[in-house]
Design a protein around this ligand. Structure first.
Ligand code: PGA
Length: 252
């Protein structure tokens, strides 16, 4: 009953013309897919142009970050309403690279998630432990901290249109994927946190993506896990062909 969601996080890649060319190719490759929600997240500068190519199609647009204020003296920031205006339905919030390099905290993630919802933008909230957390047996403690504080004060309706992306930091861009069992274990734990915060019924409807070195050859096995509802894909989303293969692996 949960529609799988496959999102491509392009990070700091592609000029406007490269982005347009890539989504035009992707649009053709996934034209017949309707059982999976497909999302691409280009850089801010390419959003509007990409939105034009995606019009009336089956691919949704996401930004990679957002600020929580609507307007004002916040040089360099982009508001939720501006992203809606550019054609976005989704926004990635709290990616580990933003936590690591740009001082993102659970508190800022939460403010951004609330602001996104206030403007009808659906957040994809990223959570995940570092390698040393996992080795020290702190995975669940870190995930609890990221999830509970990241979603604080979101209503049940808002959490239903929020996507949680579990991305173990040690698996991002390293070629090292969590095994399907490792992913399933953390996804079950995240769902239990949602049940504890809302209800079993609400928790059973929230989509939880896995991210971290998802490729065409490991996507099907990850997606076959009962609590893995899609993928947040970095490197393998840059080529339309490999991203389309991952999308197709999620078609059940
Ligand atoms: P990766 O990135 O697929 O290149 O590991 C995933 C992500 O950072 O979202």
């Amino acid at each position: 009953m949960r529609t799988p969601i496959i999102a491509g996080n392009w990070k700091l890649n592609k000029t406007i013309s490269e982005a347009v060319e890539s989504v035009a190719a992707l649009r053709t490759l996934v034209a017949d897919v309707n059982e999976v929600e497909i999302v691409v997240a280009p850089t801010f500068t390419a959003l509007f142009a990409v939105a034009q190519v995606l019009e009336n199609g089956n691919i949704r647009l996401s930004a990679q970050d957002v600020f929580w204020e609507d307007r004002g003296a916040f040089t360099g920031e982009v508001s939720p309403a501006m992203l809606k205006d550019a054609g976005c339905d989704y926004v990635i919030i709290g990616h580990s690279e933003r936590r690591q390099y740009f001082s993102e905290t659970n508190e800022s993630v939460n403010r951004k998630a609330k602001a996104a919802h206030a403007h009808g933008l659906k957040p994809i909230i990223c959570v995940g432990e570092q390698l040393e957390d996992r080795e020290a047996g702190r995975t669940e403690a870190v995930i609890r901290d990221h999830v509970i504080n990241g979603i604080a004060e979101l209503s049940a309706d808002q959490i239903l249109s929020t996507v949680i992306a579990y991305e173990p930091v040690w698996a991002i861009g390293t070629g090292k994927t969590a095994t399907a069992d490792e992913a399933q274990e953390v996804h079950t734990f995240i769902r239990s946190l949602l049940a504890e915060t809302y209800s079993d019924e609400v928790a059973s409807q929230v989509r939880i993506q896995y991210g971290g070195s998802v490729k065409p050859d490991n996507a099907a096995e990850l997606m076959a896990q009962p609590d893995v509802d899609g993928a947040l894909v970095g490197g393998a989303s840059l080529e339309a062909e490999s991203f389309a293969q991952i999308v197709k692996a999620a078609c059940r």
